[in-house]
Design a protein. Structure first.
Length: 345
């Protein structure tokens, strides 16, 4: 291939251009860019072919008591009760309400994950603990124990070392249909289990799906982060707007009431992304209101060439999963019997 411009040296998702000094002799300092010298260029493909982007959370919209809280966990001294039982390691991730650290349980020398939640979010943590104590499923991260001090709550969780689904998707050059089908089955299985207890997760997204890798090379998804999960009665309709914009179902956005179907919708969006690498709903301007309008319109496409090799059964699975009419949307249990999952599962 003939290289005619710098863009040809990079992949289709991003282009980075560094403009050094015009002096004849370039020194290392010239290649260090100031933040004002960094400019984001538009993708050479249309926005419908853009790789999946991490989206801002909806936790702060219409949630009342839920607010963003950023704590500096790395600088404080771990309480004696935690240090006595766990050897704390590196940070694995963080969010609005918590930080997750790797640790070793000194009692049995097993690796675990420790989720640290600020005490100001006690009500959220109590709900998460209450729900996780009820759950025992191979596709859900296990809560092993919990501790509380004056300033923090510590959730001791099963450690999953394969990273999250977001990283798995963005680091994949080829989107394997068989692997996507297996992961879809894992998530549908987890949702079927949760919904049997009328638990609605409400924040199904790639960042909350961890990839567990087995010695034989096989992989399994495990659902985590029940900070927004809730338990509803049989005919109850929920109205709180929460979750993440890209994966929000139309009925959640309208505020007219929703149920377990919002998790099924998010499953459809994630399945779409796993099969092609980009979202079915993208705002050209990045405006959240515009994105909501696109989602509520409920229309999406399977553009060529990205979908040319994808099974029609997979496309059918996505179409029925993202039914705009939530009353016509199948349950997670129904989806487990879909012919596409049966073909690869």
């Amino acid at each position: 291939m003939m290289v005619t411009k710098l863009e040809d040296l990079f992949d289709t998702a991003y282009t980075f251009i560094a403009c050094p000094s015009l002096r004849s002799k370039i020194i290392p300092r010239d290649l260090k860019l100031h933040k004002d010298e960094i400019k984001a260029l538009p993708n050479r493909h249309s926005n419908t072919q853009t790789r999946v982007q991490r989206k801002s959370s909806l936790r702060e919209f219409k949630t009342g008591s839920l607010t963003r809280h950023n704590s500096e966990y790395g600088s404080f001294i771990w309480p004696k009760s935690i240090r006595a039982q766990f050897l704390m390691g590196e940070k694995l991730g963080d969010g609005h309400f918590a930080e997750v650290r790797r640790a070793v349980d000194k009692r049995n020398h097993e690796d675990v994950a420790v989720k640290v939640i600020d005490i100001t979010n006690l009500k959220v943590a109590e709900q998460e603990i209450k729900i996780m104590k009820r759950i025992v499923h191979p596709n859900v991260v296990r809560l092993l124990e919990e501790h509380q001090t004056k300033h923090h709550i510590y959730l001791i969780l099963e450690l999953i070392t394969g990273g999250d689904l977001y990283d798995f998707i963005t680091q994949s050059e080829v989107h394997c249909q068989e692997q996507a089908c297996q992961f879809t089955y894992n998530l549908a299985n987890a949702l079927h289990y949760l919904h049997s207890f009328r638990i609605v997760h409400r924040d199904i997204k790639p960042e909350n799906l961890l990839v567990h890798c087995y010695p034989d090379g096989s992989k399994r998804l495990k659902l985590c982060d029940f900070g927004l999960a809730t338990v509803k009665s049989k005919y109850e309709k929920l109205v709180q707007l929460c979750g993440t914009p890209t994966y929000a179902a139309p009925e959640m956005i309208t505020g007219r009431g929703y149920d377990e179907g919002v998790d099924v919708w998010a499953l459809g969006v994630i399945t779409y992304i796993m099969l092609c690498g980009f979202s079915p709903f993208i705002s050209d301007t990045g405006n959240e209101e515009e994105l909501f309008h696109i989602i509520m319109n409920g229309s999406f496409e399977f553009p060529s060439p990205y979908w040319d090799e994808v099974d029609m059964e997979a496309q059918d699975f996505i179409i029925i999963t993202m039914q705009k009419d939530c009353d016509r949307r199948p349950t997670a249990g129904d989806l487990l019997n879909h012919k596409w999952l049966d073909r690869y599962g």
